[in-house]
Design a protein around this ligand. Structure first.
Ligand code: C5P
Length: 203
């Protein structure tokens, strides 16, 4: 059985939480594609050239412990604007999407570029303020010392870079179901996602 679920949206909209829950619900494999860009971005912080880093990426690179920091997130969104970096990561994502047993991929361009024929597509979003508040709490809980305004600025900068790049900009696929999580709790957001996917599975 092959069934691809594409979940796109801006930073900290709840994609990761929803994707993990959806994958567990259907028993599908899950790929957080942001980790690929974060791993490449992290290598550039050590001085490696971005395209070379993307071409040489290994599964171990995705295990690095500091991929979730704001510095790596910014570096990721910079390397993500380079077409050769995106190209180097495409085959791996497409192969993952078509593995037997079903797959959930979350990112920015899954429904538009990586898997345009995914069986189900969601676009998960929320206001910048709500997203920054969530990310701020996550970072503080993880022991990062930061301020809400800094996180909000970071989120807005990353949104602008992701939406305005020429190659694979962040935008909903025409056939994506939009889920705004601004005023939804985690369980409600997950239920909305599963309802939207079930509608595609039985269609
Ligand atoms: O999802 P996450 O915040 O981990 O992604 C980090 C960065 O990687 C994003 O800001 C975006 O620039 C880039 N990215 C992308 N395409 C994807 C996933 C992530 O351009 N499919």
């Amino acid at each position: 059985m092959r069934f691809t679920i594409a979940i796109d949206g801006p930073a900290a909209a709840g994609k990761g939480t929803i994707s993990k829950a959806v994958a567990a619900h259907y028993g599908f494999a899950h790929l957080d594609t942001g980790l690929l860009y974060r791993a490449v971005g992290r290598k550039t912080l050590d001085g490696t050239q971005a395209v070379a880093a993307a071409e040489a990426l290994t599964p171990e690179d995705l295990e690095a412990s500091d991929l979730r920091t704001p510095q790596v997130a910014q570096a990721a969104s910079k390397v993500a604007a380079i077409p050769e970096v995106r190209a180097a990561l495409t085959d791996f994502q497409r192969a993952f999407a078509r593995r037997s047993g079903g797959a959930v991929l979350d990112g920015r361009d899954i429904g538009t570029v990586i898997c345009p024929s995914a069986e189900a597509k969601l676009f998960v979003t929320a206001s910048a303020e709500v997203r920054a508040e969530r990310r701020f709490k996550e970072l503080m809980a993880g022991g990062h010392d930061t301020g809400f305004e800094t996180v909000l600025k970071d989120v807005k900068e990353r949104d602008a870079r992701d939406m305005n790049r020429a190659d694979a900009p962040l935008k909903p696929a025409e056939d994506a179901v939009l889920i705004d999580t601004s005023s939804l709790g985690i369980d409600e957001a997950i239920a909305a996602a599963i309802a939207a996917i079930d509608a595609r599975r039985t269609a």
